[in-house]
Design a protein around this ligand. Structure first.
Ligand SMILES: *Cc1c(COP(=O)(O)O)cnc(C)c1O
Length: 470
């Protein structure tokens, strides 16, 4: 621990302190466990934090997906659910909110993000087509591959270097896109898959200048750009903070402009949109909309509910409006920055610049003595839980899976453990506890042993794989 007197958040960053633009109305008690209890729970869970029971977890930073606290307005909205099978009032509310905030024309609700990914992948990808993307996301790439697509990474090289300070590490490398066009021909590219903040690169944003330039390139060849809008609000915040000409624009204005350079979007509303379940597709092309509406009734539900209750759609519509509020997004990303700055001030290796939804610990730098097949990031997640009951997630070789052609592991350059901050859930004191736990695990790094995988599921193995201590 640093010896100096504790500094307020404002002093730490050389500005006046500010606090969350909400207060707490209801609390949910947390379990505090002993190290012995955690050791037992971890062994039962096969050293996989996904297999822990949430009751055994103190501070849950597994994911920011579906873990947001809803506002009193959203809870009130649940009471306004119109549970009609067809034409629910809440669908039209949701449709209007998406059209208004994101600017797309036609909306299809889905039960969550991967439902949307499934439909759009099946609708547009022809077998053997290339799907260039600014790094991959697990479920996104899998749905693209299941539809016959071949993913190709077109993110800038800086994204693969956890120490590189590029302000927009989510940017697409236009030369990489051009060489894919030259090699395969524009007709063999299904679309460009762009994520607004790149989860797997550490929550890194893509700049407005980059999406504009990508639009110009794609227009030359008639290629569509589809946006994974899951964390687009956070991306907009970074554009506002870092990109010239956007400091005086609102988050709402930035989101609208960014989306205008894309042809369609899919959404995991469990993230930015502040709900516990939900997703959507939004497109500008009528023919594509028709196809998606045909598919949604097969896989999700009628096109005016897509696997959701009316009340869920109402909560989502309200969440979308709240998520674009400048004060909300500043405090959401501000909390992530607070935790990250604290860790950096103690010399702990994390991905920089600090991203919008999570801190990514650089597990390779924690454990240089472990081989990648000894799962350094999975090991770090296990150690954190053991120390303090904090649940994090592996984002390294386990998440990357195997190459379907060779059967070998993918060996990603980044071997990260993610501390994901749920929206509006934890306080600054929780962040302090987390930082101190990371420090304790870091201090014990040299004597930490790795893991061996003893059970491996076929798909998305990180969810259910089991390990033993080496
Ligand atoms: C979570 C997520 C998805 C998938 O959404 P689900 O709601 O979990 O099905 C897709 N893309 C990104 C970037 C995500 O973070």
């Amino acid at each position: 621990m640093p010896e100096s007197t504790p500094k307020t958040m404002g002093q730490q960053f050389g500005r006046r302190s500010w606090a969350e633009p909400w207060k707490i109305k209801m609390v949910e008690p947390l379990a505090v466990t002993t190290r012995e209890q955690r050791q037992k729970a971890l062994e039962e869970a096969g050293y996989n934090t996904f297999l822990l029971r949430s009751e055994d977890v103190y501070i849950d930073l597994l994911t920011d997906s579906g873990t947001s606290a809803m506002s009193d307005r959203q809870w009130a909205g649940l009471m306004l659910g119109d549970e009609a099978y067809a034409g629910s009032r809440n669908f039209y509310r949701l449709e209007a909110a998406i059209q208004n905030i994101y600017g797309y024309k036609y909306i299809v609700p889905t039960h969550q993000g991967r439902g949307a990914e499934h439909l759009i992948s099946q609708a547009v990808i022809k077998k053997g087509q290339i799907v260039p993307g600014n790094m991959y996301f697990t479920t996104t790439r899998l749905h693209q591959e299941l539809a016959g697509g071949i993913f190709q990474d077109v993110i800038i090289d800086e994204a693969h270097d956890p120490a590189n300070l590029h302000p927009f590490k989510g940017n697409v490398d236009l030369d990489k896109v051009q060489s894919i066009i030259d090699k395969y021909g524009a007709e063999n590219i299904a679309y460009i898959s762009v994520a607004g903040t790149v989860n797997m690169a550490g929550g890194q944003p893509i700049s407005m200048a980059n999406i504009k330039a990508l639009r110009a390139l794609c227009d030359k060849y008639g290629i569509k750009i589809y946006l994974d809008a899951t964390r687009m609000m956070e991306n907009a915040f970074f554009i506002q903070q870092r990109e010239e000409g956007y400091a005086d624009k609102t988050i709402a204005q930035i989101v609208k402009e960014f989306c205008s350079y894309t042809d369609a979007a899919w959404m995991s509303a469990k993230k930015d949109n502040l709900v516990n379940i939900g997703g959507w597709l939004a497109v500008n092309d009528w023919d594509l909309f028709e196809e998606l509406r045909n598919l949604v009734v097969v896989y999700e539900g009628l096109h005016t509910y897509g696997g959701l209750a009316g009340r869920d759609m109402e909560a989502m519509a309200i969440g979308i409006e709240e998520s674009v509020d400048d004060q909300h997004i500043r405090s959401r990303v501000g909390q992530v920055l607070y935790l990250g700055e604290l860790l950096l001030s103690w010399g702990i290796p994390i991905v920089q610049p600090i991203g919008g939804h999570a801190i990514f610990l650089d597990a390779k730098a924690f454990y240089p003595h472990l081989k990648q097949v000894e799962f350094p990031a999975q090991t770090l997640a296990a150690e954190l839980y053991l120390d303090s009951g904090i649940r994090s997630m592996e984002r390294g070789i386990v998440s990357a899976g195997r190459d379907p052609k060779t059967g070998d592991h993918y060996y990603p350059k980044l071997e990260l453990t993610r501390l994901t901050i749920p929206r509006r859930v934890y306080t600054q004191a929780h962040m302090d506890v987390v930082a101190e736990a990371v420090k304790a695990v870091y201090d014990a790094r040299e004597t930490t042993r790795g893991l061996k995988m003893v059970y491996e599921p076929k798909y998305l193995r990180f969810f259910q794989a089991r390990f033993v201590r080496l």
